[in-house]
Ligand binder design. Sequence first.
Ligand SMILES: [Zn+2]
Length: 174
Amino acid sequence: MRPPKAPESWDQRFLTVAMHVASWSKDRSTKVGAIAVRDRRILATGYNGLPAGVLDSDERLDNRDLKLAMTIHAEQNCVSYAARNGVCLAASTFYIWPVMTCSQCAGLLIQVDAARVIVPDFVEPLRWQESFDQARQMFSEAGVSVARIPMRGPIEPATDESEGEHEAPLPFGQ
Ligand SMILES: [Zn+2]
């Protein structure tokens, strides 16, 4: 398989990595990836899903309320990985794919002293608009910069041709 061409912008490069991490989520409707970066090095990664060891059966994943109650978000997974391994995330940049951080995760990223949050400039799902707006307000007050960057241009996302049921990370379903 021909490797995908890397974008020239570092922000786009790391968003592309976050996109790839998102594809590992078993959630069928919403696949989110988060990576924490400092000095152009990846410190931690995470995607949304049930905590390690918690049974992610089809029955649970198909029950939206139960799934949401048990799921940890990509950002939460990324931060908890760092905590578990003693990695400091202060002054790091979080790249989140494909959507803005929710207000709960915004509080978490503020508390680990993140410096920046970078997301692609896709249209945001209406369902989460209020939470995203709250997150932006929280980041603004706490001095965390947020940027939505274009993901057009010379980007060829890696595709997994071996998986017939591959789903694109967008749009948000259900
Ligand atoms: Zn969240």
